[in-house]
Design a binder for this molecule. Structure first.
Ligand code: FES
Length: 282
C-alpha cells in the first residue's frame, strides 16, 4: 500500500509540474508573439529603405521560428508526460481507494465498524447473512440492467436494503455505489431502514383522508411511541406506512396489518386492530 501511495504522490506532483509548465509556456508565448510580430514588421520596413539590414531580418525570423519549434517540441513532451502521469496517478489512487467507499458517502461511510476488518469479513448487522446477495446475483446477473431486480430481491429477503448487503452487491456486480444510491432513493418501494415485524399500512387515499386517516395515523404513532421522523416503534414490532387507496373505500378509514384489513376505524379501533399482532409470540 505504501508503494502505491508513493507512486500516487509522485505522479500527482508530476501532473502539477506538467500543467504548470504548459501554462507558463502558454503565457510566455502569448506575451512574446505581439512583440515578435512588431519587431519583424519594423525590420521589414527598415529593409525596404536599407537593403543592408536584410541579414538582420533573416536572423530575427530564424530566431523566432527556432523558438517556436522548440516550444512546440517541449509542449509535446510535456503533454505526453502529463497523460502518463495522470494515468499513473489514477491507477495508484484506484488501488488505494477501498472498493465500495463513497457509496452514498454520508450514509454508508459512517456505518459503525467494530474494527478495520478485512473485506471478506465485513461487520454485519446481527443475524444478517449475506449469502443471499450472492444467490441473487447468480440469479439476476451482475450488469447494471439488473440493478432494480437485485434491489427488489434484497428488499424482499431482508425486508429493507441493509448497507452491508448493498456493499456486497457492489463488490459482486458492475453496479456502482452511486447507481445503487440513486436507484434506491428514486423509487419509493425501497427502504433503507429496518422494517418492523408487522407492517401497518394506513390508507391516506381520498375517502380515508376525509374520514379521518390523519387522526388514525397520529393515534397509532402516539400509541406505539414512534419518534418523529421515524416510522417504526422502538421495539421494531410495527412499522406505520401511509399509503394510497387500498381498494376498499366503502370501509374508510382503513388500515391493513400484514394483509389483514380493518375498516370503519376510530382511533381506539385502530389501536385494537394492532393488539392481536402485538400479542403474538416473538
Ligand atoms: S381511499 Fe382508503 S381504501 Fe380507498
Amino acid at each position: 500500500m505504501t508503494l502505491y501511495r508513493r507512486a500516487a504522490w509522485a505522479a500527482g506532483i508530476l501532473v502539477v509540474l506538467c500543467v504548470a509548465s504548459l501554462l507558463a509556456d502558454y503565457v510566455i508565448a502569448a506575451q512574446r508573439a505581439p512583440q515578435d510580430d512588431k519587431r519583424i514588421k519594423s525590420l521589414q520596413e527598415q529593409v525596404k529603405s536599407d537593403a543592408s539590414l536584410a541579414p538582420n531580418l533573416a536572423a530575427e525570423q530564424k530566431r523566432i521560428t527556432g523558438a517556436h519549434l522548440a516550444r512546440k517540441f517541449r509542449d509535446r513532451w510535456l503533454a505526453w508526460s502529463l497523460i502518463a502521469a495522470s494515468a499513473a496517478f489514477l491507477a495508484s489512487a484506484k488501488r488505494l481507494a477501498p472498493r465500495g467507499a463513497g457509496f452514498q458517502p454520508a450514509r454508508v461511510a459512517s456505518l459503525p465498524r467494530s474494527s478495520p476488518a478485512p473485506r471478506s469479513t465485513p461487520t454485519l448487522a446481527p443475524g444478517l447473512d449475506l449469502s443471499f446477495v450472492d444467490t441473487a446475483v447468480a440469479l439476476h446477473g451482475s450488469g447494471i440492467e439488473s440493478a432494480i431486480p437485485l434491489l427488489q430481491a434484497i428488499q424482499t429477503h431482508y425486508r429493507y436494503l441493509p448497507d452491508e448487503a448493498l456493499r456486497r452487491l457492489c463488490e459482486l456486480t458492475e453496479i456502482t455505489p452511486a447507481q445503487v444510491a440513486g436507484t434506491s432513493s428514486f423509487y419509493g418501494q425501497f427502504r433503507r431502514s429496518p422494517v418492523g415485524k408487522h407492517l401497518v399500512r394506513v390508507c391516506h387515499g381520498t375517502a380515508c383522508h376525509v374520514s379521518g386517516a390523519r387522526q388514525i395515523t397520529e393515534e397509532l404513532r402516539r400509541y406505539l411511541a414512534i419518534p418523529d421522523a421515524a416510522d417504526t416503534d422502538p421495539s421494531r414490532t410495527f412499522t406505520i406506512d401511509e399509503v394510497a387507496c387500498l381498494g376498499c373505500c366503502s370501509l374508510a378509514p382503513v388500515l391493513m396489518v400484514d394483509g389483514h384489513t380493518a375498516g370503519r376505524l376510530t382511533p381506539a379501533a385502530a389501536r385494537e386492530a394492532l393488539k392481536p399482532f402485538d400479542q403474538e409470540p416473538a
